[in-house]
Design a protein around this ligand. Structure first.
Ligand code: ATP
Ligand code: MG
Length: 384
């Protein structure tokens, strides 16, 4: 870590750590800020969030849009950290624990499970150590030996960590040592749950994300858990009523600005640059999400029309709607969802194949799997 970059305006202390290096311990939140320079960006982000909340209130089955958005978030957030799956593979492992699934596929699926877990927890609990560690445990559950030997699911770091290099002496950034990190995290937990706000909740979510990433409390998974926390904090503060806003697709495209602007808070106290980026991420992600919701709704209407013009089967409609939550389906799953026999589910699936809604996935025999590729492509951002 280049000490010379940390000037008089830095937002924390440099303390000694291993190998004669210095680690950065951030000051407590909140900092003193003048938000006048961000009025426009703040207004845009608030309006975009309001618009998204409104669109989402019209959706009859929220999971029809939540799942596709979560799949995309999981893919993009994980890709940023070098864990790669594809929209197709993820949809398959979600439906069926395929022997061909890789560890990365499973870890991306765990990302969705971790958001689910946390969303359920925060209905009853504040965003606390318990929730944060629980999310981490789910995210890295069953992380295999090659990928997971130092992952310690659900446990905070016990060794000094660093960002941006294999060796600490080349690190771009060295977060606090374990003991200091633990103190910082206690204070961050109190800040999030202090029952009052110094700044608007949206700004405080931006402050929290910086602080969490700068503390880097885990050995691995800090980027991903921190990005999940953004959505959760928007929910606990009432800015979102459903888990439908995810910023990783935007952040991944602008990764350098994301990382540089957080770094510059630490080195030079440049909160303005970071918060401007964060607000833009929220605005653009809201717009993208709104557009995706419209496309998913259109696709659902299109599927329904195709079915209603060709069959009177209510079960086929039920299965078709379910495909938005789970775009990969087997015949027995279809029977379960539509509460019919295996034989009628088989007929319905054949009908959906004839109507171009489902296609059989080549290479799966026992069970046979079918997918609604259009649903996968919409959530993956592929234009039809
Ligand atoms: N200078 C910095 N200050 C604060 N946070 C940073 C900085 N640089 C990167 N980050 C955050 O750290 C993440 C990458 O760090 P690292 O590779 O150690 O993550 P990780 O713990 O492996 O998390 P994951 O496995 O989810 O990536 C980035 O995605 C970003 O959120
Ligand atoms: Mg990692």
């Amino acid at each position: 870590m280049d000490q010379a970059l940390f000037g008089g305006e830095k937002t924390g202390e440099l303390v000694p750590t291993i190998e004669d290096m210095l680690a950065f311990v951030p000051n407590d939140l909140p900092p003193k800020l003048d938000l006048n320079c961000l009025i426009q960006e703040f207004g845009e982000a608030s309006a975009a969030l309001g618009g998204l909340k409104e669109i989402s209130s019209t959706i009859t089955n929220p999971y029809m849009v939540i799942r596709p958005l979560q799949r995309n978030e999981a893919l993009r957030s994980s890709a940023m950290e070098g864990t790669f799956s594809t929209a197709d593979n993820l949809a398959i492992v979600e439906a069926y624990d395929s022997p061909t699934a890789t560890e990365a596929d499973r870890e991306v699926l765990n990302y969705i499970r971790a958001i689910d877990f946390a969303e359920e927890q925060i209905r009853e609990l504040p965003i606390s150590h318990r929730v944060i560690r629980g999310m981490h445990a789910v995210l890295l559950r069953n992380a295999g030996k090659t990928r997971g030997s130092n992952k310690r699911p659900g446990e905070y770091k016990i060794h000094q960590n660093w960002i941006g290099a294999l060796k600490i002496k080349n690190a771009r950034f060295i977060p606090p040592p374990p003991k200091e990190a633990s103190d910082c995290l206690d204070k961050l937990e109190s800040f999030i749950n202090r029952g009052e706000t110094t700044y608007p909740a949206l700004i405080e979510a931006g402050l929290t994300h910086y602080q969490f990433e700068t503390i880097h409390p885990f050995g691995d998974g800090n980027g991903r858990v921190g990005r999940m926390l953004i959505t959760l904090q928007l929910m606990t503060s009432g800015l979102l009523d459903k888990p439908i806003l995810y910023v990783s697709p935007f952040i991944e495209i602008h990764k350098d600005e994301y990382i540089d602007s957080m770094f510059e808070v630490s080195t030079s106290g440049n909160w303005e640059r970071w918060l401007r980026f964060f607000l833009r991420a929220v605005t653009e992600s809201c717009k993208q999400t709104s557009a995706t919701i419209v496309r998913l709704n259109d696709l659902q209407s299109d599927f329904r029309a195709r079915i209603q013009n060709n069959t009177k089967s209510v079960s086929a409609l039920t299965i078709s709607d379910h495909l938005f939550e789970r775009p990969v389906i087997s015949i027995s799953e279809a029977a379960k969802v539509s509460v019919t026999s295996y034989q009628s589910a088989k007929k319905n699936i054949e009908q959906l194949v004839r109507l171009g809604i489902l296609r059989e996935i080549i290479g799966f025999e026992n069970p046979k799997l079918f997918w609604a590729k259009d649903v996968i492509d919409v959530s993956d951002g592929v234009q039809r």
